[in-house]
Structure formats: C-alpha cells, structure tokens
Design a binder for this molecule. Structure first.
Ligand SMILES: *Cc1c(COP(=O)(O)O)cnc(C)c1O
Length: 354
C-alpha cells in the first residue's frame, strides 16, 4: 500500500466478462472505477477509488462558470509479462501542477498524482486492452468545487482520474490549414496550461476548418499570424535541410511530453535539432524549394501524425510521400515500441509495476 491510504470500493457486479477489447474506439468506453480526492481545509482528503458513475454538483460551481479546470492525457500498456507500463508519468505530474499554478488552483503532490493513477490501473487492470495497438487512455483532471458566483479562486477542488480502454488510433495523414484569423493562445495567456478553456476556444475555428475540408489547423502567433505555433492539439515538427525543427516553448505553446521525448530521442540519435521560431514564409519557401522533407504533429494520443498537405492563404502545398519520411517514421516506431515494452528502454522512460 502506498503513502496515501487510498480507500477502495469495488463495483458489486463487475462487467469485465462482457469486455471485448477487439473493437474499441478511442476514448469512448470507460473502465469500471474512478479515483477521487477532495481539497478542503487546505489539504487533499478522502482519497478513494469508487465505482465509475455520476456525481452531484452545485449549479453555482465555479468551474462551470469561470473555468478553473485542468487535465492531463496519458496512456498505460501491459507488456507480455502482464506488467503495467507508464511513460514518463513524472512529466505529467509536474505539468499538472504548472497548469494548476497558472489557473490559480491547488497544487497536488506529484506522488499522489502518480499513486492515484497506479492504484486505479491496478484495480482496473483487466480493462487494459491487450489487442495490438490498443492502450488504456488515462484522464487525470481537477476542477474548482466552490459554489459561489463571485469571481475569485476557488478554495476547494476535486481531483479525479478516469480511464478509457482505447483501440488503436490510426492516424491517417492529415490535410491542414495555416490559421491566420483565429488565435489559440496569446502571449501571456493560458496557452502553456492544459486547461479546459483553451479547448473551448479552439472548437469554432476547428469546425470552420473542417467545413472547408481540412482535418486540422496549424495555429500561428496571435499578434502577427506570421509564426508557426502548434498543430491542433499537438506540437508540430518539421525536417528542413535534415534538421529537426520545432517552435521554442513560450507562454503560447503547450509543453508536450511527446515533444520533449522526440527531441531527446533525436538528440540521442545524433540528429541536429533547432528550436528557433519558425516563420510561415520560411516554411512555405522550404516546401517550395523542397528542403522540407517531413511535417508532423506529436502528442500522446497519436504519437506521430503525418501532415500530407498544408494550405496557406488559399494555396495548397503537397508534401513528400509518407513512405519517404524516415525521421518521423523512426520516431513513431521507437516511441510506440518503448511504451509497450517491446524494445529496450534506452532512455529510462518507463515506470513498470504489477
Ligand atoms: C496535450 C497537448 C499537446 C501534447 O502533449 P503531450 O504531452 O505530448 O500529449 C500539445 N498541444 C496541446 C495544445 C495540448 O493540449
């Protein structure tokens, strides 16, 4: 048992016998239990794993009205010895607290964050799918629970973890549009925090892009719309003249765990990396003179999402064929296999437990 004395109340009638892991979608189904802890009187209390289900909330709940709400996204896998594997969970725990700080929310001890996830995975271990390509998608989140209509930081919070047995995420190469009207994040805003409102703000422009036939948006800086920022809900990378390029971490960029892992892996492989700002004009020129050989989004859900076409100011630019993209394909292959315990964990990223 861990340090936090998590109370466990199991479901009375488990439905695990009806669980068919062969036909799962991404993020649709939820496992039978959930983790809950409440922050009241200045401390985290009543850590518990209980049957997954609805709960009541005050109509004056301040998260609903003013948006103090943050989350994380992670994945767990089972290796062929039945051990549970997590990929760099310390990175998510630390980012969760940076998001909490920006949103003026309570800090959560990082070891509680990790213990909650591990205990919940142990309880719902049989819900971790083992069909090829599948995973348990983990959603830790925290929201304000004060009920008061005055605008001020809540004094109480709830931290929860829910898990979704998920099927393989076949990331088809995407057609994207460089966005020059709408903004995801402004300098000094909340773009670097994984907070609900950033997503709410992105829905309308994303929907408009879909209606125009694009799968995703490439966000540009809010002030001038001349610098590349992110791809939808992923960090974005390019290979230009053989150099791996991505934008620097600023207040408008979400510091992805996948982004960090890709950069560390590429450096480990001896690849040249450049984290300088990327001008849209420079990018388009690199496509036109063929010095750009790869473009892809990186994030936990898909690991790598190839970009096949970029549209800018109404003009479409086709990118090189996916088969001729050694960098992104190698990165994808390495990360997927390491996460599943299928190759050696050269960089020491895996937490393994029974
Ligand atoms: C979560 C997220 C990412 C990817 O982060 P990972 O830790 O790699 O999953 C990138 N951009 C945005 C806006 C995000 O919310």
């Amino acid at each position: 048992m861990g340090k936090y004395d998590i109370r466990i109340e199991r479901v009375k009638n488990s439905k695990i016998d009806e669980f068919d892991s062969s036909n799962l979608k991404f993020g649709k189904m939820l496992s039978e239990h959930m983790f809950v802890a409440d922050y009241t009187d200045g401390k985290w209390q009543d850590a518990r794993i209980i049957p997954y289900g609805n709960f009541e909330i005050s109509p004056a709940n301040s998260a609903i009205h003013y948006g103090q709400s943050i989350f994380e996204g992670m994945k767990a896998f089972k290796n062929d010895r039945g051990e549970i594997l997590l990929f760099r969970p310390d990175m998510n725990a630390a980012r969760f607290n940076r998001s909490a700080e920006r949103m003026c929310m309570a800090q959560l001890p990082e070891d509680l964050f990790i213990e909650a996830i591990q205990e919940l995975l142990r309880v719902d271990k049989n819900w971790i799918p083992d069909a090829p390509g599948s995973s348990m998608y983990i959603r830790p989140f925290m929201f304000a629970t004060d009920s008061a209509l005055g605008v001020k930081p809540s004094e109480t919070y709830r931290f929860m973890v829910i898990n979704s047995p998920s099927g393989p995420y076949y990331a088809e190469p995407v057609r994207v549009k460089i966005e020059t009207d709408y903004t995801r994040a402004a300098s000094g805003g909340t773009g670097a925090a994984k907070t609900a409102g950033n997503y709410a703000a992105s829905l309308f422009p994303a929907q408009k892009a879909k209606q125009d036939g694009f799968d995703q948006i490439i966000w540009t800086d809010g002030a001038t719309h001349t610098f590349i920022e992110e791809a939808g809900t992923m960090n974005i990378m390019f290979v230009i003249d053989g150099v791996l390029r991505t934008c620097p971490l600023t207040s408008t960029i979400l510091p992805g765990v996948t982004r960090d892992s890709v950069l560390k892996y590429a450096a480990h492989k001896g690849m040249e990396i450049n984290e300088a700002p990327i001008k849209v004009d420079e990018l388009i020129a690199a496509i036109e003179n063929k010095s750009l050989t790869e473009a892809f989004g990186v994030g936990t859900a898909v690991t790598v999402s190839h970009i096949k076409e970029i549209s800018y100011k109404g003009k479409n630019h086709n990118l090189p064929p996916i088969e001729s993209r050694p960098v992104a394909n190698d990165i994808h292959n390495f990360l997927e296999k390491v996460k599943r315990g299928q190759i050696e964990d050269e960089l020491g990223w895996i937490t393994k437990f029974q």
